[in-house]
Design a protein around this ligand. Structure first.
Ligand SMILES: Nc1ncnc2c1ncn2[C@@H]1O[C@H](COP(=O)(O)OP(=O)(O)OP(=O)(O)O)[C@@H](O)[C@H]1O
Ligand SMILES: [Mg+2]
Length: 505
């Protein structure tokens, strides 16, 4: 049954096409009309749905300073009898219109279509709370198989994200440090890994910069689906990388030197049947009597420097085409790695390989999650990042091959605009920095000044979900995770106490 909560009326040039005001009806049944509630009224176009954006309390008695003075100077209890000021108080809600629904049945269960409104609400019409089942469909959630990340604010509607809508295009998770990005990511992982098998779920690959996700391996329900790869054992297969990659990983190598290098690589490919290391390349340059001595010396120098990174070997480890499996997560733990250059090389190699394997259909569709994405794909021209071109390429072209990117960052402004603008869905938690907010407003027209203000006041556990994943931007209370991590339970004080004990023992 529709719950009536008020009546549309004229107030300050409203209603217009995008907003309508209504007087809130006093109810005794405890229905609490509050900001964020989804409401509807019948307009000439159909059912006009909107969200309460503002609530104003008015009382004629208290608009005049003299009355208030008289009120304050006298005993309020006597005055209350004389002036029934409470009865004159009324509340107005200002609704932001979102769209018009047309139903094709009388019970208003089956939505025929949702369209943009082109005409204002009618003054005098009644306003009702939107039913939960209508709201699910209106927002574009998937009630049956969606990924449950929490509940729509001020309602009981579960925010069940449609997986196809989320992963068909790329998405970003953005907030200040400590805003809850990693927590939300682990909820998405929980949902993807525990989805019913027959629903179809892609493989997940995660670059875990701080080792925060290792706990997933200790969860009995997930254990079989989680593979953690410690980056100390990581190896790039030298025969698998192109000449261009040598220059990419060591940008001091000149074009002349690249040409020289190509000679040796060709020869090694023949002699060693695609099993050679950087040392083999260096040796063959050293043993060659022909060629310009200076070019050779410089090349040896640059290659030796690459070799010292201890990232290169004859074969790749892990073997990526064997490791990537649908509905399983492969976590690359980068926690122990300090060098940003090495981290970028690792990410570049793996992402390139994944993209190529996917293009050849040798691995299933995948979701690639990159924590601290601004480190791997920075915007600034001066901070050259080895991994930036591949991230931008995946952002531009990955979709065609069902390779989805999830970029996580605490500094959206520092993140490549090319990559960020391709993230069609965004999960925005609290962001305070005005530059980051402006950058977001510039990169997405849906983020108005009003949304920007709300984003800066979000608490931990609240987010704005927007973009192709939902029909309308919506605020969500993020649920708690099902499987707890043991890392976060330690408080600062506890770590200090443990530290003291360690010193004494
Ligand atoms: N939905 C939530 N419910 C309960 N606690 C939460 C929620 N989201 C985040 N938290 C808590 O907030 C803290 C910070 O979260 P998290 O580590 O995910 O932040 P972050 O955005 O990844 O930070 P950083 O940018 O530093 O990596 C954690 O202790 C986490 O437990
Ligand atoms: Mg984090």
């Amino acid at each position: 049954m529709a719950i009536k909560i008020g009546t549309v009326f004229n107030y300050l040039q409203l209603p217009d096409v995008s907003n309508f005001p209504f007087v809130i009806k006093r109810r005794k049944d405890g229905i609490f009309v509050q900001k964020g509630l989804f409401v509807y009224t019948e307009s000439i176009e159909g059912y006009l749905i909107g969200i309460i954006e503002k609530i104003i309390l008015l009382n004629e008695y208290f608009t005049d300073a003299l009355t208030i003075k008289a009120y304050n100077n006298n005993n309020p209890n006597i005055l209350k009898g004389l002036f029934p000021s409470d009865d004159f108080e009324f509340a107005i809600a200002i609704v932001k219109c979102l769209g018009v629904i047309r139903f094709n049945d009388k019970n208003k269960k089956k939505i025929d279509r949702i369209q943009r409104m082109t005409y204002p609400a009618s003054p005098g019409r009644e306003v009702y709370v939107v039913d939960e089942d209508v709201l699910y469909k209106f927002l574009g959630f998937d009630t049956e198989f969606g990924l449950n990340v929490g509940a729509v604010k001020v309602t009981n509607v579960e925010a069940k994200i449609n997986m196809n809508r989320l992963l068909n295009k790329h998405f970003a998770i953005l907030s200040i440090s400590g805003g809850g990005k990693s927590y939300l990511t682990s909820i998405l992982i929980e949902e993807l890994l525990t989805r019913r098998e027959e629903c179809g779920t892609p493989a997940i690959i995660l670059f875990d910069v701080h080792g925060e996700y290792s706990y997933l391996q200790n969860i009995p329900e997930l254990k079989n689906k989680v593979k953690i790869f410690d980056i100390s054992y990581f190896q790039i297969a030298v025969p698998k990388i192109s000449l261009y990659s040598f220059k990419k990983y060591q940008d001091q190598i000149s074009n002349v030197q690249v040409r020289e290098l190509s000679k040796y690589i060709k020869r090694l490919k023949k002699e060693k049947k695609n099993l050679y290391t950087l040392n083999d390349v260096i040796e063959s340059i050293e043993n060659e009597s022909d060629g310009n001595r200076n070019t050779k010396q410089a090349l040896i120098g640059w290659l030796s420097e690459l070799e010292r990174l201890t990232l290169f070997g004859p074969q790749e480890n892990p073997v990526l085409d064997k490791m990537i499996t649908k509905q399983e997560i492969t976590i690359f733990n980068l926690q122990k790695e300090i060098s940003i250059r090495k981290k970028q090389i690792i990410l570049d190699y793996i992402s390139n390989r994944l993209f190529n394997l996917r293009r050849l259909n040798k691995i299933p569709p995948f979701l690639l999650i990159i924590e601290e994405a601004h480190q791997f794909s920075p915007e600034a021209a001066h901070s050259k990042a080895i991994s930036k071109p591949i991230i931008e390429m995946l952002a531009r072209e990955g979709r065609k091959f069902m390779a989805c990117l999830c970029l996580i960052s605490q500094r959206p402004k520092r993140l490549s605009t090319t990559a960020l603008s391709q993230c069609n869905s965004k999960m925005i938690l609290n962001i305070k920095n005005p530059y980051d907010l402006k950058h977001l407003m510039d990169s997405s027209e849906a983020i108005t000044k009003e949304y920007a203000n709300m984003i800066s006041s979000l608490g931990v556990g609240e987010m704005l979900l927007m973009g192709t994943v939902v029909n309308y931007p919506v605020f969500i209370d993020i649920r708690e995770r099902k499987f707890q991590s043991n890392i976060e339970e330690l408080s600062l004080a506890q770590v200090c106490i443990d530290w003291q004990k360690k010193l004494l023992s």
